[in-house]
Design a protein around this ligand. Structure first.
Ligand SMILES: O=C(O)COP(=O)(O)O
Ligand SMILES: [Mg+2]
Length: 226
């Protein structure tokens, strides 16, 4: 089956896929914890909590720190004020701008489907000057459902003109949330293996894994010929 005849839509996850944002998320989490006289968490620990969005992150932070869960709402509110402008410690993964540029030049409509809320998502994309590359951006608060529910990815694909019944498109992500979401749509899933995944690759559904964005445009063209 030809998955993509014309250059197909390619939708990307954000945290752990295009950007290494864990240092900024870690700094925001610890600033809130310190402000509330709670012991800080390590970068590795906080990184392992990323993927399900802000509420999942904070449910895990609350469990890890032993804070009274009734405080979670206030902690999240305090976190969000910092998160909106947290860009200074975040880096794009190597080869990302070049790969996005190549895909755009080849005519692939590009989108973002992330569990990160829309405010910080737009802020970080603008910070790196890549926001205009994406014709649609679905954030973790764009709709009631979050990944692994397929609804956000379906919305991104629909905005990029994919057929809602049999979308000929590709999703690129880093985590178990993304793999389950892509399988539920369903669309082929390419997984970046240097992101924030917590589950072994062999336990996930994906078409190809990659560790270097230089090879991604080639993987996408190969997928298009399947
Ligand atoms: O911010 C998160 O928890 C996850 O974001 P992602 O969907 O871009 O990986
Ligand atoms: Mg991710």
């Amino acid at each position: 089956m030809n998955v993509c005849m014309a250059p197909c839509p390619v939708v990307f996850d954000l945290d752990g896929t295009l950007i290494d944002s864990a240092p900024d998320i870690h700094a925001c989490v610890n600033a809130v914890l310190r402000q509330n006289q709670i012991a800080p968490l390590s970068l590795d620990r906080v990184r392992s909590f990323i993927g399900g969005g802000v509420d999942v992150l904070w449910t895990k932070v609350v469990a890890a720190t032993g804070v009274d869960p009734s405080h979670q709402r206030d902690l999240v509110a305090s976190f969000m004020t910092r998160y909106h402008t947290a860009t200074s410690l975040t880096r794009m993964f190597p080869g990302v701008p070049e790969a996005l540029g190549q895909l755009a030049d080849r005519g692939h409509p590009l989108g973002i489907c992330t569990n990160k809320p829309l405010g910080p998502t737009r802020a970080i994309l603008e910070h790196f000057g890549i926001d205009r590359m994406f014709a649609t951006i679905i954030g973790g608060d764009s709709m009631p459902e979050k990944k692994p529910d397929p609804a956000p990815l379906r919305a991104a694909l629909a905005a990029l003109g994919a057929d809602p019944e049999t979308p000929k498109a590709i999703y690129v992500g880093d985590s178990e949330f993304d793999a389950a979401c892509a399988a539920a749509v369903p669309v082929p899933f390419l997984i970046y293996d240097r992101g924030y995944r917590q589950i072994p690759l062999e336990n996930l559904i994906f078409r190809e894994s990659f560790g270097d964005f230089e090879g991604l445009p080639r993987l996408i063209e190969a997928e298009a010929l399947r």
